[in-house]
Design a protein around this ligand. Structure first.
Ligand code: 1HN
Length: 351
C-alpha cells in the first residue's frame, strides 16, 4: 500500500527533523508490521537445459582456481544484484572440471551442497574427504575448512545453498583462506558416517561441529531407500506426498542451525492440496517430472519441472504440487531459524 501524501503542516515537520536523522513511525507503521508477510521475492524457475550452456561457458571463461568458486548465482528476479534467492537464502550452481581444485577456505556462513550432475568430485571438510554422487546432500559446517577437487571424468555440478543473506543481515561474517589449496586428508573416507550415521554415537566424543550435524554427507542411496520405505509403510500426506526432513542424529533437529533440508516423493498421479508457510524454500528436482502451482500477490505461476531444474517458492505464497508419473524433490529453507525464534507458521488449505 502506498502511503498517502502527508498533511502540509506534517510535511514541514518531517522536512525539518530529517537532518537530525528522525522520521515519523506513523507514516511507515503499516509496512513495518504488515498483517501478513508480503515477500518481495518472486516465484522463479531455472530450467537446467537453459542454464547448463552458461555453466559450461563459465567453465571455458575461468578456472576454478582463479574463480575460487566457479558458481552462477540463482538470483531472485525481484532481488537482482543482491546475490540471493530469498531474503535469507543464497543459491548457486557450482561447476568443477576434472583435475581442478577449488581452494581451501572457511567462513561463518554455513553451506550445503546438493549434487546435480556428474560424479568423481570430492569435497574435504576438516581433513575428511567425501566423494559426491547425484542426489547426495553434503554439509560444510560454519567455520570448517573446506576445498573441492575432481579426480573423475566429465563436468560436475552441484547446488550450493548458503545462509549468506542471513549472516550479512547480522553483520557477523568472517572468512579466511587455508594455508594450502587442498587440505591434508587426516581421516578415512566415511569416518564421520561410521561414528554417527547409524543412530548411535561414540561415548565421550566431543561434538566436532557444535550445533551442526556430525555427519556431513547424507548419500542419496539411503535417502531414496528411506522414501521408498515410507511410501510402503506410511499413509500419504495430501499436501506433501511423502516428505522427510534430514536430521542431526545427535539432536533430532535440523542438520544445520540456519537451514533445514528436506526430500520428498510425489507418487504417481499425485494432485496435492495447497499450503503456505513462512519459510520460502528452494527446490532441486532429483527424479521425475511434475508441476508446482504458486499463487500470491505477485500473481499465478505454473512451473513444469523435470530433473535438475530449480525453483523457489517464497514465504507465504500458496503452493501445490502435481505429478503424473511421480517425482522426487530436494528442498531447503530457513525453517530452523524460524523455529528457533518460534515464528514459523504453516497453513494447510482444504482445496
Ligand atoms: C563457498 O565457500 C562455496 O565452498 C560455494 O563451494 C559458494 C558462495 C559464497 C561464499 C562462499 C564453496 C559460496 C561460497
Amino acid at each position: 500500500m502506498k502511503p498517502a501524501t502527508p498533511h502540509p503542516d506534517r510535511a514541514k515537520l518531517y522536512a525539518d527533523m530529517s537532518p537530525a536523522n528522525l522520521t515519523p513511525l506513523w507514516e511507515v507503521l503499516h509496512a513495518l508490521v504488515p498483517p501478513q508477510p508480503q515477500s518481495p521475492c518472486q516465484p522463479a524457475l531455472w530450467k537446467y537445459e537453459e542454464i547448463r550452456p552458461f555453466l559450461m561457458r563459465a567453465g571455458e571463461a575461468i578456472t576454478a582456481q582463479e574463480a575460487i568458486r566457479r558458481v552462477l548465482i540463482l538470483e531472485n528476479p525481484a532481488l537482482r544484484g543482491q546475490s540471493c534467492i530469498t531474503q535469507s537464502l543464497y543459491a548457486g550452481l557450482q561447476l568443477i572440471l576434472p583435475g581442478e581444485v577449488a581452494p581451501s577456505h572457511r567462513h561463518t556462513q554455513s553451506a550445503l551442497r546438493f549434487i546435480v550432475e556428474g560424479s568423481g568430485a570430492f569435497t574435504s571438510v576438516d581433513g575428511e574427504k567425501t566423494t559426491m554422487q547425484p542426489g547426495d546432500f553434503i554439509i560444510t559446517p560454519k567455520w570448517a575448512f573446506h576445498d573441492h577437487g575432481h579426480e573423475g571424468q566429465g563436468p560436475m555440478v552441484w547446488l550450493d545453498g548458503l545462509d549468506i543473506p542471513t549472516i550479512r543481515f547480522f553483520d557477523a561474517g568472517f572468512a579466511e583462506n587455508g594455508d594450502v589449496a587442498s587440505q591434508a586428508i587426516e581421516k578415512p573416507e566415511g569416518a564421520s558416517y561410521a561414528a554417527f550415521g547409524h543412530n548411535m554415537a561414540p561415548l565421550r566424543r566431543s561434538l566436532p561441529y557444535g550445533n551442526t550435524s556430525p555427519i556431513f554427507s547424507y548419500p542419496y542411496e539411503r535417502t531414496r531407500q528411506a522414501l521408498s520405505d515410507l511410501e510402503r509403510f506410511e499413509a500419504m500426506d495430501a499436501w506433501d506426498g511423502f516428505k522427510l526432513r534430514y536430521i542431526n542424529p545427535l539432536t533430532g533437529g535440523s542438520p544445520m542451525p540456519t537451514m533445514q533440508t528436506f526430500m520428498q516423493r510425489l507418487p504417481l498421479g499425485f494432485k496435492g492440496l495447497p499450503y503456505r508457510q513462512t519459510d520460502g524454500a528452494v527446490f532441486s528436482v532429483v527424479e521425475g517430472a511434475g508441476r508446482a502451482v504458486i499463487e500470491s500477490h505477485h500473481g499465478s505461476y505454473a512451473f513444469d519441472f523435470s530433473p535438475r531444474d530449480h525453483f523457489v517458492i517464497p514465504s507465504w505464497h500458496t503452493a501445490r504440487f502435481e505429478s503424473t508419473d511421480g517425482c522426487v524433490l530436494f528442498s531447503y529453507s530457513d525453517r530452523s531459524i524460524q523455529q528457533a525464534l518460534g515464528i514459523h507458521r504453516e497453513e494447510r488449505l482444504p482445496s
